[in-house]
Design a protein around this ligand. Structure first.
Ligand code: NDP
Length: 288
């Protein structure tokens, strides 16, 4: 039976450390500030934004909320970002995606100062990650790497299989694993014989968005399984991309959904914001 990789407990531990870092910054006259920009009223985005604001408040980060109407123009949003880029109280800027269709999201993300890009989505930071000199690392993949480290899972020489190649999860996590000396295979919707690829993984990272599409029987005996997927099934139930019960029978360690990768994402956003306020995106304030 697999050990459970407890993202909730790890997130709580890191947040407690960050809370101390924030207190130290405040003593030095600096309050870390995160601007959170929400355009429109997408219900899921509203929930994410309020979770992020609460997480900031819990550890003493100033969260500067900007809730704009759905009909906001691209020029208005870019003007707001200009102001936030210049505002010395703000150390991180987060624009919640998706944006309404009249706004070009790529243009907006590229407008955020790379030095305040705590989501790690600006091409400058994406490029830095690619060359192994990350400044701000994108929060979900960063959270995955911190979990692996906390649980003593050394990637050197391991076969890592990443299922999913999105810019926010699959590609960056693959790059981070490569940096940690893994041999990395990236799979996607056109991959042939996914089951065989998954079966080679010493460490499987699933970021697909299809409920339980990775079958427990595909998993190699003793593999580590990181399930990034969050899929709503029915009214209330959340499941991952991996068949959890069957995979637990074969894996040596596995992340649950919920309570695995999810809580780490916002934690790494807080971490990046604190690092920005300290003027050191790397190395890390909480020793991560
Ligand atoms: P995307 O939809 O952007 O990417 C999904 C990827 O999965 C694509 O690369 C796609 O391939 C691939 N894929 C889709 N179907 C298959 C299939 N049948 N076989 C193999 N590959 C397939 O999703 P995200 O990366 O944004 O998110 C992935 C999951 O992670 C979602 O469940 C999301 O909710 C969750 N998530 C969780 C977060 C957290 O904090 N825990 C944060 C971010 C995401 P192709 O490129 O060929 O289309």
């Amino acid at each position: 039976m697999a050990d459970i990789i407890d993202g909730k407990a790890l997130a709580a531990k890191i947040r407690a450390q960050l809370s101390g870092e924030v207190a130290a910054l405040k003593t030095a006259g600096i309050t870390p500030g995160l601007a959170v920009v929400l355009v429109g009223d997408d219900p899921a985005s509203k929930v994410y934004v309020s979770m992020k604001e609460k997480a900031c408040a819990d550890i003493g980060i100033f969260s500067d909320e900007h809730k704009l109407p759905a009909e906001t123009s691209e020029a208005e949003l870019l003007a707001l970002i200009d102001r936030l880029n210049r505002d010395p109280r703000i150390h991180g800027i987060l624009v919640q995606l998706p944006l309404p269709k009249q706004i070009n999201a790529e243009k907006v993300l590229e407008h955020i100062s790379p030095l305040k890009d705590v989501d790690g989505f600006h091409p400058y930071n994406v490029g830095r990650l690619m060359v192994g000199k990350p400044t701000f690392q994108p929060c979900t993949p960063y959270g995955v790497m911190v979990m692996l480290r906390e649980y003593g899972i050394d990637l050197t020489g391991k076969e890592v299989v990443v299922v999913g190649r999105s810019n926010i999860v699959g590609k960056p996590v693959a790059m981070m694993c490569l940096q940690q000396n893994a041999t990395v295979t990236i799979c996607h919707s056109r991959t042939r014989d996914l089951a065989a690829k998954v079966g080679q993984a010493d460490v499987l990272i699933a970021a697909v968005g299809v409920p339980e599409m990775i079958k427990g029987e595909w998993i190699k005996e003793g593999a580590v399984v990181i399930d990034v997927g969050v899929n709503r099934v029915g009214e209330k139930k959340l499941v991952g991309d991996v068949e959890f019960a069957a995979a637990s029978e074969r894996a040596s360690a596995i992340t649950p959904v919920p309570g695995g990768v999810g809580p780490m994402t916002i934690t790494m956003l807080l971490y990046n914001t604190v690092a920005s306020a300290q003027g050191v995106a790397t190395p890390s304030p909480a020793g991560l």
